[in-house]
Design a protein around this ligand. Sequence first.
Ligand SMILES: NC(=O)c1ccc[n+]([C@@H]2O[C@H](COP(=O)([O-])OP(=O)(O)OC[C@H]3O[C@@H](n4cnc5c(N)ncnc54)[C@H](OP(=O)(O)O)[C@@H]3O)[C@@H](O)[C@H]2O)c1
Length: 315
Amino acid sequence: MEKIAIGPSGMQGSRLAVGCMGLGGGWNATPVGPADVAQARRLVEAALELGMDFFDHADFYSQFKAEEVFGKVLRETPSLRGRIVLQSKCGIRIGGLDGVSTGHYDLSASHILRSVDGSLARLATDHLDILLLHRPDPLMEPEEIAGAFRSLKEAGKVRAFGVSNMNAGQIRLLQASLDEPLVANQLQLSLAHDAFVDSGVTFNHASRERAVWFTDGTVEECRSRRIRIQSWAPLAGGNWSPGARSALEASGRRHAVLPEAIAVAWLLRHPAGIQPILGTTRPDRLEACVKGLEVRLDREEWTSLWIAARGGPLP
Ligand SMILES: NC(=O)c1ccc[n+]([C@@H]2O[C@H](COP(=O)([O-])OP(=O)(O)OC[C@H]3O[C@@H](n4cnc5c(N)ncnc54)[C@H](OP(=O)(O)O)[C@@H]3O)[C@@H](O)[C@H]2O)c1
């Protein structure tokens, strides 16, 4: 599988990435068991077999068990670590779970440092390749974040930094204080969350009926800074609108692939070079998605899918 640059720093990763949120046995307090480890191992091995070497985590996925189970796989087979790019995130604290009673965002330096140490211990590794700030924290102080990044870099704990769910202004604000360029911005993008393209054509359009909630200029800001845009929920968890579903199925029949592959191909066709983060835990669905790399949607088919998903003609 093609390798792509993750940001301007020279780091590389597979065109399609594996999202690990579904690993670890779910959002519950049940301890990780052998079946969870076996599931994680199957997914990692299937991904590597398909050429996918990029794995996305967050500290608290499955109540911290996603990283834990992944770490158990790495402990069993230490040679895997050198074959993969490991990304995790920090900044969301879940109420009742993370030493806080009310859940909140926390991009203070002390929380960032504490969170990374927790991720490294669970993942059984001495460094993360990429750390993302999971969500913008209204109380974030760019200079403080820059200091945390500096000490993580100097300690060899994190190689590169990025963000998630941040808009253009937040990226500019942070970047002005950071020593190094941000490498990624992970956003919810799919045919079910198509406002990243819709906002570009409904701008200044008085008759629009759809609510457009994507901040104008975010995609452009990332592209001009060579920040890799990653898509979370690229399959929308399988929850397509009826229009999107039938368009995906029809396109899938035309190209002799499953609808999942078309959902991936639709993202890949966008010139921003989006890296889909596939959240399936099933090797067969992963393989079906990878077929999307072989589908090149022409302008008309790409637009037809978009129109079917948005539920109305373009302005
Ligand atoms: N940055 C953020 O704020 C953020 C937020 C959420 C997620 N993420 C990251 O993005 C990754 C992907 O996100 P995601 O897992 O929410 O979305 P996804 O990749 O769109 O969907 C994967 C989930 O949907 C299920 N699914 C997919 N297609 C289906 C179908 N046709 N029928 C039934 N179920 C289907 C999968 O089940 P199976 O396992 O059974 O295939 C899996 O649970 C996560 O793993 C995580 O790494 C980031």
